[in-house]
Design a protein around this ligand. Sequence first.
Ligand SMILES: *Cc1c(COP(=O)(O)O)cnc(C)c1O
Length: 294
Amino acid sequence: MSNELSFTNISTDDLSFICPSGITLHVLRLDKLHPVISGNKWFKLRYYLDEAIQSRQRHVVTFGGAWSNHILATAAACQSLGLTVTGIIRGERPETLSATLETALALGMQLEFVSREYYREKEIPPSLNISDPFIIPEGGYGEAGVRGAATILDHTSFDFTHVCCAVGTGTMIAGLLSRARMDQQVLGVSVLKNKGQPEEAIKHLLPLAQGNWNILYDYHFGGYARHDPELINFMNQFCKQTNVPSDFVYTGKLFYAVTDLIRKGYFPAASRLLLVHSGGLQGNVSLPPGTLRC
Ligand SMILES: *Cc1c(COP(=O)(O)O)cnc(C)c1O
């Protein structure tokens, strides 16, 4: 087993409701996992952090943008495990830090800002002079991330016919796919304008991937972190009806897509859908105040 972080238990019965079509929706509230290390990020990080500790590489380095859920989760996890951590942040240092970076800094993460061009190389600036760093790829992308994401399904006993999740790097969906049964469909909603890329990522991460999976590309709302009034209205309404808040980068688009697919008859009658609430609520702070009303 893993390192000693402790989390609130996730109740599998957090939310279940039946749609008029006889389809059951069940939301796995990973957003309630921990006050800071929320959502899928802990799952993707856990085996990387185990490896860092076991190999005695106690200086972790990772990469992300100003509002990155991954940066924040890594900062908090490393703090509670006593690991030193540096975040390589995309873009020049702004005059005021984002709330995400402020929190990461307060948790002890060292922040290093690099130009967007340099960031693309995913290299550690030589000036940092870190000896024997343990590098965690951006977003936890990679084989250890997949193994960790597979353990998300240990937190539910809901017998689903479909598991639905938002897709960024593809690491989480690869993990779910590696654990799901052949008779269960794994459905991903890409939040980027990147048709085909998640398929490539899944094939790379899980060369022997089998099973029933599908990625949808019609719900990105213009691209990563883009949004429009329709999405925001939907998120407000969904939250009012279900009491489940979502974030505008990932889970808002997931819930919108699933609701739309139900309306369009994508799922057979009596389907049981497990929706992975993968967290990310902290990023909503980047929206103008009053945008989300729930
Ligand atoms: C990172 C993230 C995702 C995407 O996970 P991938 O493994 O990169 O596909 C989905 N939802 C939330 C809230 C995230 O922070």
